[in-house]
Design a protein around this ligand. Sequence first.
Ligand SMILES: CSC[C@@H](O)[C@@H](O)C(=O)COP(=O)(O)O
Ligand SMILES: [Zn+2]
Length: 206
Amino acid sequence: MYNQQEFARAAQALCDYGRILYSRGWSPATSSNYSVRLNDHCCALTSSGKHKGELTPADILAVDWQGQALSAGKPSAETLLHTQLYQRDEQIGAVLHTHSPVAVVLSQIWPQDSLSLTGWELQKAFAGETTHEDTVTFPLFANDQNIDRLSALVESHMQAHGQGHAYLIRGHGIYTWGKDLAECFRHLEALENLLGYQLELLKLGK
Ligand SMILES: CSC[C@@H](O)[C@@H](O)C(=O)COP(=O)(O)O
Ligand SMILES: [Zn+2]
C-alpha cells in the first residue's frame, strides 16, 4: 500500500499544478493527466474527466503499475502512459501530460517522426543537458485511442532509442517526466517554449 500522508501531500501538489497548467491554457476542457510517484509500486494520479483548473484532493487516486485503482476514483484513461514510466525508471518521480495549442498544432503538422532541436539555450532546462550545442530529440507518435497499444509502442521506441525527456502524440499533446513535480514542470515549460520557437520558425518559412 502507501503512506496516507504522502498521498495527501502528492494529491494537494497535483491540484496546485493543475491550477497553474490550466491557467496557462495547457490543459483545456478536462484534458491532461498528472501523477506523482508514491513508492516503488504505486503513484497518485488524476481521476478521469476532471476539470484540471478545479481539482480537489478527492479527484486524485492511487493506482498500481498495472493501472488498478488502490483508492476511490476512476483512473485516467491514459493511466498506463504514466505507470509505464515509473516502472521502467525508478528515478522518475512525476509525470505531466498536457494539451497546449502549440504542442497539438506542431505535432499535427510536423512531417518527421521525431523533432530534433539544437542551438537553443533553453535546452539546458532538461536534466543532464549542459549546452545549446547538443541536440535533444523528441519522438512523435500517432494518436491512438488504444492506450495498451500506444504504451507498447512508447516502450519499444524507448528500448531502441533511449528514454529521452518527453514525447509528443500527434494532434494530442505532450508527455514529460522528471525526478519530482518541480523538475517535471521545468521540462514541460522548456518544451512548450522550444515548440513555440519551432512553430514560429515554420511560420517564417525557416
Ligand atoms: C477531454 S479530451 C482529452 C482526453 O481524451 C485525454 O486525452 C486526456 O488527456 C484526459 O483523459 P483523462 O481520462 O481525464 O485523464
Ligand atoms: Zn490527453
